[in-house]
Design a protein around this ligand. Structure first.
Ligand SMILES: Nc1ncnc2c1ncn2[C@@H]1O[C@H](COP(=O)(O)OP(=O)(O)OP(=O)(O)O)[C@@H](O)[C@H]1O
Length: 684
């Protein structure tokens, strides 16, 4: 179907280009013929001089049709074409007005032809000259600006100008919002570069943004900001660290004050007094004293703010603003990414959207204590992805041992299988993901494609089904790592290293950022990380390699480390209401009513183990050596999950190596002697 549509578009495009060029040649007189010449005369008579631009426009429509490709988000610019048509017809009427609304001139193919004359005649009936020509000029300007996107550009410039106005000129020292453009180093803000128009239009088959809630903003008022700024200066001066608050950035949860270190006078060796700049470390060292003076729960100091000559003191706002998904999806920063896997994470300390492209990260590690906002973050990532992708282009695999937050996505047509909550099944999911990755590599090799995009392009051309991207989300890594550390680590690391090109991406979260869960190997392969509030600076270093996450406020306050940016960026995460998520799920369910409930593709792998025989041998050896047999012993020593250990014990019982279960948590009786041969071998 997609192919047919593509062919249809291409053929129409070529025909229109041919028609446009032929018409142009007839009009200039480069070609003539018994059919073609009357056609040229007819055009001149009806359209006048406008027949030239109309011929060019016809060819341009053909070019646009050839270039349009909904799969690559490149769409046919219908609005612009209509605006250009409008411009041409307005021009025809205007030319007729200039020619004195003369039907003779129109018949002779001059001015705007008969149509232009008709339009001019009509308008002069209602509006006499010169008002009619003024209206036509204004209409022409409007069509021209719609066709070129000029009015949007002007709108953005005006908005940028309004935003750049100082909020309030405060008395000594002047305190104004610091440069917003630098708030998110990974998204350079280029002045005047218009965001491509195509990005503003959502594909019709995607959920409308109206399903999502809008943001209500509040925050600190200017008076309170000034009071805090004074308090910061006063406190620092009291500790012998003179500084000046030179600006602030107001975010949803915190306001960052820009503190410029001042000078202190010190006696030099020759007894003279010299001026010395205050060291940045002196300001950071006073974070607790500042927190006390400002009666703030926690306070983070960014020393210095990357790319600036000041230190950032982040003071919690007395009331927080909830960050919603919709405004971020509509923001230029998000649209500029132009990626199907673009994700909206939240807003930074100056309220700017924090967005990232999962395809480029290419995996994400999320950590934070319980209640810090991990599940909410995963839920917003899922919602953001399904707002921009149909199940045909994106499939989700969701593992949620906590069985609460993400379970509500069951029923979303993008899900492969269901939301998995049992450890044994999750391990099967990881095995399946590896198999899928390898299979995709083989497919790519067979069609000489470098990655998923190249493969899908070729597949579409050959009329084959394109492969969807797959995002695997794990809401608690600790459970998996505790049950089967080797297998989990091995699978995650292999996937993280190799899955990117195959369009498989991982998002894993944990509330235990200790080195036995987030091992060195896992960390090394997940360069993009989000840290929510953690208990200690040690935990913060495990996730981010730097301190800072221990000073976060919880409830969605995060530090986002984008490998492309280098330094962690503080942000308040997106929070979705239950109704928003329900509406999005319902939208997809209604759209895909004929979707059949499919069994999980990893179903066959659930009760299989990679090294089944090997494991039983190891278990026999262990029982023989230790003369003990319990599930916990097998779990610990063989680093496997409980269900697998229990199954091994049953198998040992069948083989006559251990006795039946004793109940009450007691070890089973061991029936083999330390020196006995393996009875399994005797049987042979
Ligand atoms: N971005 C946010 N904005 C506002 N509040 C938030 C945000 N994220 C989380 N919260 C609040 O924090 C609570 C806990 O969030 P969440 O359930 O995501 O924590 P968690 O880290 O997953 O905890 P656990 O590990 O115990 O599941 C939420 O119920 C919500 O009230």
């Amino acid at each position: 179907m997609v192919r047919l549509e593509r062919y249809g578009r291409d053929i129409t495009g070529v025909l229109l280009i041919a028609l446009g060029l032929l018409t142009l040649m007839v009009l200039v007189g480069w070609t003539s013929g018994s059919f073609i010449s009357p056609y040229g005369d007819w055009l001149r008579r009806w359209l006048g001089i406008a027949s030239f631009p109309l011929a060019i426009l016809t060819a341009l429509i053909g070019v646009s049709l050839l270039r349009s490709n909904p799969a690559e988000n490149r769409r046919f610019p219908l609005g612009r074409i209509l605006a250009l048509e409008g411009l041409i017809f307005t021009g025809m009427a205007f030319l007729a007005l200039l020619g004195g609304v003369s039907v003779e001139r129109a018949e002779a193919g001059l001015d705007g032809g008969v149509i232009g004359w008709g339009l001019a005649y009509l308008i002069t009936q209602f509006l006499p000259l010169p008002w009619s020509s003024l209206v036509l000029v204004l209409l022409g300007i409007w069509f021209l600006s719609s066709a070129t996107g000029f009015h949007r550009w002007v709108g953005r410039r005006i908005q940028a100008w309004i935003e750049s106005l100082p909020v309030e000129q405060l008395p000594e020292p002047p305190l104004r919002p610091t440069d917003r453009s630098q708030s998110n180093p990974d998204i350079p803000r280029e002045e005047g570069v218009p965001v491509p128009v195509v990005a503003y239009r959502r594909e019709e088959n995607l959920p409308p943004l109206s399903l999502l809630a809008n943001e209500e903003s509040n925050g600190l008022d200017e008076e309170r900001i000034l009071a805090i700024a004074r308090q910061i200066e006063k406190t620092l001066a009291e500790f012998g660290v003179p500084s000046r608050v030179v600006g602030y950035r107001k975010g949803p949860t915190v306001t960052q004050f820009a503190v410029e270190p001042g000078y202190v006078e010190k006696p030099a060796a020759d007894g003279k007094m010299i001026r010395q700049k205050v060291r940045v470390a002196q300001i950071s060292a006073l974070s607790r004293d500042l927190a006390l003076a400002l009666a703030a729960e926690r306070l983070r100091i960014e020393a210095p703010v990357p790319g600036h000559s000041y230190v950032g003191v982040e003071v919690p706002n007395s009331s927080t603003t909830l960050v919603r998904l919709r405004p971020i999806l509509e923001s230029p920063e998000f649209l500029k990414l132009q990626s199907p896997l673009a994700i909206a994470l939240g807003r930074d300390v100056s309220g700017q959207p924090v967005v990232a492209d999962l395809a480029r990260m290419p995996h994400l590690l999320v950590a934070g204590t319980t209640g810090s906002g991990k599940s909410v973050c995963l839920a917003s990532i899922i919602t953001c992805l399904v707002m921009n992708n149909s199940p045909a282009t994106l499939r989700l695999v969701v593992l949620d041992p906590k069985m609460v937050e993400l379970a509500r996505f069951s029923g979303l047509p993008h899900l492969l299988g269901k939301v998995e909550t049992e450890i044994e099944r999750m391990l099967a999911v990881l095995r399946w993901t590896l198999v899928e990755m390898e299979q995709r590599y083989r497919l790519f090799e067979a069609s000489a494609a470098r990655d998923l995009t190249a493969y899908n392009r070729k597949a579409e051309r050959r009329g084959m089904m394109p492969l969807p991207r797959i995002v695997v989300l794990i809401d608690e890594l600790a459970d998996l790592m505790m049950s089967a550390p080797d297998q989990t680590e091995h699978s995650l690391v292999r996937l993280a290293q190799m899955a990117r090109a195959t369009g498989i991406h991982l998002v894993i979260a944990t509330q235990r950022p200790s080195t036995d869960v987030v091992t060195g190997l896992i960390k090394a392969n997940f360069p993009a990380r989000v840290a929510f509030s953690v208990a200690s600076s040690i935990d913060s270093r495990v996730i981010l390699d730097v301190n800072g996450a221990e000073s976060l406020l919880g409830r969605g306050d995060m530090l986002f480390l984008n490998p492309e940016a280098g330094t962690p960026l503080r942000a308040q995460g997106v929070l979705l209401q239950d109704q928003e998520i329900e509406r999005v799920i319902a939208f997809w369910q209604e759209r895909l009513t004929d979707q059949v409930e499919q069994t999980a593709p990893w179903e066959d792998l659930v009760n299989q183990d990679d090294d089944g025989d090997d494991l039983i041998e190891k278990a026999i050896e262990l029982v023989r050596r230790t003369q003990r047999a319990s599930a916990s012993l097998l779990q610990r020593r063989l680093r496997i999950g409980f269900p697998r250990a229990a199954r091994l014990l049953d198998e040992l019982e069948e083989r006559g190596i251990v006795g039946p279960a004793q109940g009450g948590g007691k070890d089973r009786e061991v029936l083999i002697d330390p020196l006995d041969d393996d009875p399994a071998e005797d049987d042979d």
